[in-house]
Design a protein around this ligand. Structure first.
Ligand code: PLP
Length: 415
């Protein structure tokens, strides 16, 4: 380990952090009951259907369609909104693979927009410049639980008659100007993958206020069936993307705690930001909220300012922080378009042009450059949301550890 990672003294933190997921007896009982009922599929039981309504209602949406992942939620939302071959969808460059993969899976074309340096969310001013005659939708991501600049995104979409599909995979319970995310545009998509703020192992959900979108999405994830029609009658080219009743029961049990957990993370997250803002060399990517905002803090991102830290590398900084008992990671190591799947065009069947001949444009992802996303990929450190589920004392440990690492690096430079 490098000299910089050995900071001396006792580690600031040796106690374990709150576990995630935290296994509650009531969750175990809920799953056991679902197993014992013998009704394991959505068609037989009531949990998935009830969860769809409960989750949608708690996000201000009229309808919810549960699916087996956040990626398939995005794919189904696109297909339900009839986005497909030949259409372009504008997505941010700093995000998880599922955001853009879903667009390709729907046979449409992702177009990458750079992000804002202080939020890591899609930069609406750049979105406007990427709109072409083929653009059908904008897919803002509420990254790390921070709502994207939805006022500008919605304004641009309205002016150019574009659809808005929110990728809210990391933003359960986030509030933007008094309204929950997920129902701000035409559809909003969530993930219930194990690390998420509302987990059930794997799962996802499409929220919408549009009954037609709900009906199409519901059919697409259920083998193309239509409610009320015979079981072996298939109307759409659909998928089996259904959730099981055991997952539905687990999600319902955990949903009861989402509001209180989101509030706790929010209080601790804001306090952490107030403390870290005092320190040189580290910039919490957590802008001052507007009236009626509540970030969901799926992650707590910190941007390093190496010039103020003696050019310490991110790896050295993270090793030092981990040695102080603060788990952290570098996050996305490259903008999404820099992954081989995009750079090498590995998403198309051999010899097939993008979108299999429906697309008249030319996309060479190897040519794209989003300098802000590229810079963030080199300088950002993520802390995890379970750290924010502790007490004020726990958050004080995070602050003391970061302060120690920052101070030590500065001393080493001065020496
Ligand atoms: C921003 C974002 N979009 C989409 C997804 C895809 O969700 P899933 O892993 O459930 O397919 C994720 C999951 O990490 C995500 O973080």
């Amino acid at each position: 380990m490098s000299k910089l990672a050995l900071l001396g003294g006792e580690p600031v933190r040796t106690k374990p952090w709150p576990a995630w997921p935290d296994v509650r007896e009531e969750d175990v009982a809920a799953v056991q009951d679902a197993v014992r009922s013998g009704k394991w599929g959505q068609q037989e039981g009531e949990h998935v259907a009830a969860f769809e309504q409960e989750f949608a209602a708690c996000h201000g949406a009229e309808f919810g369609v549960a699916v087996n992942s956040g990626t398939t939620a995005l794919q189904i939302a696109l297909e339900a909104l009839k986005v497909g071959p030949g259409d372009e969808v504008i997505v941010p460059a700093y995000t998880f693979q599922g955001t853009a993969a879903s667009v390709l899976l729907a046979n449409a074309v992702p177009v990458f927009a750079d992000v804002e340096p202080d939020t890591m969310n899609i930069d609406p001013e750049l979105v406007a410049g990427l709109i072409t005659d083929r653009t059908r939708a904008i897919m803002p991501v509420h990254l790390a639980g921070l709502p994207a600049a939805m006022d500008r995104v919605l304004e641009i979409a309205q002016a150019r008659e574009l659809l808005v599909i929110e990728d809210a995979a990391q933003a359960h319970g986030a509030v933007w100007r008094g309204r929950k995310v997920g129902a701000l545009g035409d559809a909003g998509c969530f993930s219930f993958q194990a690390s998420k703020n509302l987990p059930c192992g794997e799962g996802g959900l499409i929220a919408t206020n549009d009954e037609e979108v709900w009906a199409r999405a519901s059919g697409l994830r259920n083998c193309g069936r239509v409610d009320g029609r015979p079981f072996y009658e298939h109307h759409l080219l659909g998928y089996n993307f259904r959730l099981t009743e055991m997952q539905g029961a687990l999600l319902r049990s955990r949903l009861a705690h989402l509001e209180a957990e989101t509030d706790l993370r929010y209080r601790n997250g804001r306090w952490l930001t107030e403390q870290l803002q005092r320190l040189p060399g580290v910039t919490p990517l957590d802008p001052q909220p507007e009236e009626g905002d509540r970030r969901a803090y799926h992650l707590y991102p910190i941007r390093l300012e190496p010039a103020e830290l003696g050019q310490v590398t991110r790896e050295q900084f993270m090793a030092a922080l981990a040695a102080e008992g603060i788990p952290c990671m570098a996050g996305y190591g490259r903008p999404l378009y820099r992954n081989p799947v995009f750079e090498e065009g590995n998403f198309r069947p051999q010899g097939c042009p993008i979108s299999c001949g429906f697309y008249e444009g030319a996309v060479d992802y190897g040519e794209i450059s989003c300098p802000v996303a590229e810079d963030l990929c080199e300088r950002v450190v993520w802390l995890f949301h379970n750290l924010l589920l502790g007490s004020e004392q726990d958050i004080a440990d995070v602050v003391r550890a970061v302060e120690k690492v920052v101070t030590k690096h500065q001393e080493l430079v001065a020496a």
